[in-house]
Ligand binder design. Structure first.
Ligand code: GLU
Length: 426
């Protein structure tokens, strides 16, 4: 099938990889489909609040390094804003803005009383010591403390941040606030008010979406072959859950390459050997590239790494019948169109990865009420929420004859627009 990539100017190419622009494009389409006037898009196309901070950290060699961080609050019409903080060298203002819009959409799809927020710090935690990371985490909280809080904006883990970092951040906020405040942040260690099931929640949510998606395609998990790009929090838990359910995980990858075995990989061995940043392929010689991994023959492909992995360049070569986006923004809009035309069922990021924020919500509720639920209770609640979200998006796609991405935006944006209207903002 012909496409226009050969004739794209460098600017056009860049635009197609601009996650903020492509998010705005779909938000606009969704609002148009729902019949909202232009001013609603004008309000929702950017975060209502965006803070840039500079964070000085004393490094182990006694030098001072200044880091740049961001916190974006997309829209607080529905409730306080909510979303993770990522530590990564590629963090940018644009990406944080787009990620905050996606958080609003996730909250809308799974019907949480939140708007979307997101934070990020430009840094490489793989090259920082434990103490340096502590200094950076505490410094970030001090810098954004005026605009966050348990009823304003509630951070959480994201790429390369974890329960330990949440614990430092919660401790720093509690010092500033002068009382113990676990509801300030989610994804904490259990002993500090964390929730059962939070660490594996994103992967659990993806698994529930896979269960629903395979029903639509008449596949059973026991006969399914799966390829997972990324072996971080989402990818590694997901590989384990799918492997334990009898699916054949034939490919996995990390930032350095991929592993492939048509008979199924030994997932328990790989989990045992991975480091805390999800790196494992360095231990092997016979690796494949991430590009090759995405094109492997399989039933279910799960991009669980970074943005812009499936583009118009490789969308025609994807050999899966279902693509489930566990990462944020792994498929460009052009690729979404190609996959949909090819009859591949795409479960979009704002739906598939909403399990994390859902259990974060449960954690916040438990912190607020001071009464804690069991792992089984959390799992049951998560299951109900995800199945409902999936079916709402799927039915919207069917009845409105739109692709799954547009359908998920239509479901996700509606509550926010209604709330803003009731408040008299638009
Ligand atoms: N960072 C996760 C996400 O992108 C979780 C956010 C949260 O738990 O608030 O969905």
């Amino acid at each position: 099938m012909a496409n226009d990539k050969a004739s794209d100017t460098p600017n056009e190419k860049q635009d197609k990889l601009d996650v903020l622009k492509s998010t705005q494009t779909v938000v606009k389409k969704a609002l148009d489909k729902l019949g909202y006037p232009d001013e609603v898009f004008d309000l929702l196309k950017e975060p209502v609040r965006m803070m840039t901070v500079r964070i000085p950290v004393r490094m182990d060699d006694d030098s001072i390094k200044i880091f740049t961080g961001y916190r974006a609050q997309h829209n607080d019409a529905v409730g306080p804003t909510k979303g993770g903080v990522r530590f990564h060298p590629h963090v940018s203002e644009k990406e944080v803005k787009a990620l905050s819009i996606w958080m609003s959409l996730k909250a809308g799809i799974v019907d949480l009383p939140y708007g979307g927020g997101k934070g990020g710090i430009i840094c490489d935690p793989r090259e920082m010591s434990f103490r340096e990371l502590e200094g950076l985490s505490r410094g970030y909280v001090r810098a954004i403390s005026q605009i966050v809080g348990p009823t304003k904006d509630i951070p959480a883990p994201d790429v390369f941040t974890n329960p330990q970092i949440m614990a430092w951040m919660m401790d720093e906020y509690s010092r500033i606030d002068e009382f113990n405040n676990p509801g300030f942040i989610t994804g904490k260690p259990i002993v500090l008010g964390g929730s059962h099931g939070r660490e594996s929640a994103t992967a659990k949510g993806v698994t529930i979406c896979i269960d629903e998606a395979i029903k639509k395609k008449g596949i059973t998990l026991k006969d399914a072959s799966v390829v997972i790009q990324g072996f971080g929090n989402a990818g590694s838990f997901l590989a384990k859950f799918l492997h334990d359910s009898g699916a054949k995980v034939v490919g996995i990858s990390d930032a350095y390459g991929g592993l492939y075995d048509p008979d199924g990989l030994d997932i328990d061995y790989l989990l045992d050997r991975r480091d805390s940043f999800g790196t494992v392929t360095k231990l092997f010689n016979n690796t494949i590239t991430n590009e090759e991994l995405l094109e492997l023959d399989c039933d279910i492909l799960v991009p669980a790494a970074v943005a812009n992995q499936i583009t118009e360049e490789n969308a025609h070569s994807i050999n899966a019948s279902i693509v489930v986006e566990a990462a944020n923004g792994p498929t460009t809009l052009e690729a979404t169109k190609i996959l949909s035309e090819r009859g591949i069922l795409l479960v979009p990021d704002v739906l598939a990865s909403a399990g994390g924020v859902t259990v974060s919500y449960f954690e916040w509720v438990q912190n607020n009420q001071g009464y804690y639920w069991s792992e089984e209770e959390i799992e049951e609640k998560l299951h109900k929420v995800m199945v409902k979200g999936f079916n709402q998006v799927y039915q919207t796609a069917e009845t409105r004859r739109v692709d799954m991405r547009l359908a998920s935006y239509m479901v996700g944006v509606r509550k926010m627009a209604e709330a803003a209207r009731f408040r008299g903002w638009i």
